[in-house]
Unconditional design. Sequence first.
Length: 153
Amino acid sequence: MSCDVRAVVQRVSEAAVEVDGETVGEIGPGLMVLVGCGDDDGDDDVRLLADKIANLRVFEDEQGKMNLSVRDVGGGVLVVPNFTLYGDCRKGRRPSFSSACAPERAGPMVDGLADRLEAGGLTVARGIFGARMAVSLTNDGPVTLLLSSERTF
């Protein structure tokens, strides 16, 4: 079975993540990105998704058209690990997470995605892998997109 790194990307005017009541990451205008990794994912998937996120044209230009990337507008990116993106709800009433990547592999992949975005010149804030996080955001638009490293998504 082929899996893919999945992301829910939201254009935001602001976003923050807290752990135990303490803010561990926050951005102003930019992209809030929830990231989930699958069993078969690897570096190529992370590289592809980081490129998609950095170059996704979801910010408005002077004519009001979504034609600019987060890089073009100098926005930030908040990367939050979220294994529940691999919740399979097709059977029964309780999600199965059997396709989600094991934590010892998923954590480094999510970090690798954030690292690649930073290396590309973006300001990146992060959630904490494995922590119980409280995420707040103001969705701008609203603009919410589902991304996948699998080309058929």
